[in-house]
Write a protein that binds this ligand. Structure first.
Ligand code: THU
Length: 128
């Protein structure tokens, strides 16, 4: 598992290079490890009409789900600030739809990171 986590952290760090963020200059990369041990990556994609911006976590999630992988074990999130960044509320809600027991790895550097349970970041969540 440690090898997979290291690979996931590398993938998130690599993914942030593809961020399209000319407005905020805040680059985010996300990498999701699915139940079948497949990795899907995403980066944030901004728009001149700011509210159309899509976060890295949701880009990675949509790629995974539309490829037939909708059970997630881990997500790693990296930014270009060398600081951990917590996912926004919209992304937490998006992720909990698919994985109640997801573990969220917040990357500071490739060797320094923190792991949280998604439920601890969004303890009271909306489900139908
Ligand atoms: N952003 C993400 O990609 N993920 C988050 O969870 C929070 C924010 C992006 C959106 C925007 O492009 C930039 O970070 C600044 O808000």
């Amino acid at each position: 598992m440690d090898d997979l986590i290291n690979e996931l952290i590398k993938s998130a760090t690599e993914a942030l290079k593809k961020s399209y963020s000319p407005y905020s200059k805040f680059k985010v990369g996300a990498a999701i490890l699915t139940k079948n041990n497949k990795i899907f990556t995403g980066a944030n994609v901004e728009n001149a009409s700011y509210s159309l911006t899509i976060c890295a976590e949701r880009v990675a999630g949509v790629k995974a789900i539309s490829s037939g992988e909708s059970k997630f074990k881990y997500i790693a999130i990296a930014t270009n600030r060398n600081e951990i960044a917590f996912p926004c509320g919209a992304c937490l809600q998006f992720l909990i739809e698919f994985s109640q027991n997801l573990k969220v790895i917040l990357v500071k550097t490739e060797k320094k990171y923190k792991i949280f349970d998604l439920k601890e970041l969004l303890p009271k969540n909306f489900t139908l």
